[in-house]
Design a protein around this ligand. Sequence first.
Ligand code: GLC
Length: 422
Amino acid sequence: MTDALATEWFTHSRFGLFLHWGLYSIPARAEWLKTIQKMRDEQYDVYFREFNPTRYDPHAWAAMAKQAGMRYAVLTAKHHEGFCLFDSQHTSYTSVHTPAGRDLFREYVEAFRAAGLKVGFYYSLLDWHHPEYTIDRHHPLRDLAPDDPERTRRSLPKYVDYLHAQVRELLTNYGKIDLLWFDFSFDDKHSDAWRATELVKMVRELQPWILLNNRLTLGHADTATQNNALGDITTPEMAVPAEGIRDAAGKPIAWETCITLNDHWGYTRDDHHFKTPAQVVRMLVECVSKGGNLLLNVGPTAKGVIQEEATAVLLRVGDWMEANHDSIYGAGPAEMPKPDWGRYTRGEDGTLYAHVFERPMGPIAFHGLAGRVKRARFLADGSELVLNKPWNVPKNSHDLHVDLPEAPLLDELDTVIALHVD
Ligand code: GLC
């Protein structure tokens, strides 16, 4: 486990982009297709022979992430299908050997780094292509008979050698990597099977500053609630924990929830169920109010494009971030009870941010703050909220009540009020 200083950029950033991209973007039915359809390599490799994302422009991806207010990104260098977006000495199952003909991961790293974003990669512990990866309940060939030679000839330790060797390549050939995201452990494919201690030692030696998630050593089900000794970041999935996440001693720990922008990770052509900008902003605020990060996922197309529907949402979120990011970057829990109208976050300099999602009836109430607020300003335009006591609130209340302007709130996504407290 690295120290608190190492996680500082991460907890400060709060908002990142997750990118699931691989051969599965061609069938466009998400990243588990090969195993859901129990496909053999011969069937699936149609996509390998065809993969050619002619519109891939990682500079455009990075520019969009930046405009959305994101500060880091995590790309699937290899997902469960086993296909690698990077050049590898240990397999030819990489983008270099498709019609794309080149190392697409390198272009991603360089573009995101050039844009000033922190760079991470996802590496799947599962591998549905590697000939030594043993056939488990998630594997496309799970229906083979127990004594089928295709099953019995495999050796997990040999696959794990490959896994270690590829992680070494990824951490040696691309300069500084900020975040490493392993996925995932289950059943007996767990810490010892991956030789996790040895692997983490290598990771830390190659890139001492790197942050590591917790899925090498934890079963999926536990990730929302537990920290572990080998990782720096706890990674709940498709859920914002009810409260922040703490270690066994009760100390808050770094966490990041990953959430899809529509309902799938890998590109799914027929899924148009995108979250609204308001949902995204409020989810992000909720995470920050509980001391966590949001890693929001998009699945680029087979041509290498992030869908317009996704971009539109992210750009609207970016407008909000542009005006309100002081309440997000470096911000965290306010240690205040959750208000009826939204959430609180506390900024780096101690400013209390009231995120108003729903306009209350009458004056807005700030719990326990009567007489303690020097100034109240809308964060987006810096304009004043007059602190005169409204006529219609209890005289002896400990809560501060403030009249909101009669006009609609400044931003229907989330209107932020900065409260400068004594
Ligand atoms: C789920 C999905 C997997 C995805 C991961 C991201 O486990 O099955 O495909 O990569 O979530 O956390």
